[in-house]
Design a protein around this ligand. Structure first.
Ligand code: FMN
Ligand code: SF4
Ligand code: SF4
Length: 263
């Protein structure tokens, strides 16, 4: 394969975008960003990063992984930030992280349904469908630009992001603490999908009970994918709707996959 796309994805939005781009540009493998160390990334023609926005920045864990990758001078790299409403500094973060690597960076953004269930419930179904339909068109367009190695401009934070910046820094500093307050309700059937999904191995099993530690990066995978809706948190309000990308499922190994009719 000539190209590689790395994704970091809690609820499947980034994964589904990465799959869409893979299909359009062809000759491309997909890999979880946190496994990037297993690949000789500098040998690929095109390298892509697809990730969500957390409090107007790239998730710290994703940014650290990107910074740790060896890239080739002049290599074509694209970054697609996806977000529920305010993109903020995400692409600026990537630009800064890659500034000493001398690569050709293309910056893209895609609006997706929001997934931050500790703050809000799932967007109404029709609105989700509207956003996801638009995404399909954007993916085709972006893939065309990637294949042409089109020069893109800088995507900068808007005024809302600037106003919100200090609050967002505070919120991000609390991720570990907030995450340690998740708990499993009695409808838990001990399938341990949440344990397999967690990107930081933050969920452990003690005498059959699930315990959330302080390494949470707030990806929302455990709470959103639980087949029993058994994961809860003091910040969860009653009747908040769950969201996972409708084209994505979790397999037996706890990895994301496209639904059969979508691959
Ligand atoms: C902790 C957290 C913080 C978030 N902060 C933002 C934000 O600042 N701006 C935004 O537009 N969306 C925000 N979102 C929404 C996600 O970026 C969005 O739903 C994304 O598509 C999720 O991608 P995924 O399914 O690949 O995890 C946040 C989500 C989480 C879990
Ligand atoms: S995914 Fe849900 S049902 Fe399965 S172990 Fe975790 S909390 Fe329990
Ligand atoms: S504990 Fe849950 S929300 Fe936190 S990082 Fe793990 S899967 Fe994501």
């Amino acid at each position: 394969m000539s190209n590689i796309i790395f994704y970091f994805s809690g609820t499947g939005n980034s994964y589904s975008i990465a799959k869409g781009i893979q299909k359009e540009i062809g000759d491309t493998i997909l890999a979880p960003l946190l496994k990037a160390k297993d690949y000789k990334v500098a040998e690929y023609n095109i390298v892509g990063f697809v990730f969500p926005v957390y409090y107007i920045h790239v998730p710290e864990i994703a940014l650290r992984a990107i910074k740790g990758i060896s890239l080739r001078k002049g290599q074509q790299v694209f970054a697609i930030a996806n977000y529920g409403g305010t993109l903020g500094y995400a692409l600026q973060d990537i630009r800064e992280a890659l500034s000493d690597k001398d690569v050709i960076l293309q910056e893209y953004k895609i609006r997706m349904p929001g997934n931050y269930i500790l703050e809000y419930g799932a967007f109404p179904r029709v609105y989700q469908e509207y956003i996801l339909k638009k995404t399909e068109i954007q993916i085709k367009k972006i893939a065309g630009f990637i294949l042409k190695n089109k020069k893109t401009g800088y995507i900068e934070p808007n005024l809302i992001a600037k106003i919100y910046h200090s609050r967002s820094n505070k919120q991000r500093s609390l991720f570990g603490e907030v995450g340690s307050n998740f708990y499993a309700k009695e409808q838990c059937v001990h399938c341990y999908q949440c344990v397999k999904l967690c990107p930081t191995k933050n969920i452990t099993i003690s005498e059959g009970n699930l315990i959330w530690g302080s390494k949470c990066v707030q990806c929302m995978a455990c709470i959103q994918w639980c087949p029993q809706n058994a994961v809860s948190h003091p910040l969860m309000k009653k009747n908040r709707g769950y969201y996972t990308n409708p084209n994505v499922v979790v397999n037996q190994s706890g990895e994301l996959e496209l639904k059969e009719n979508k691959s």
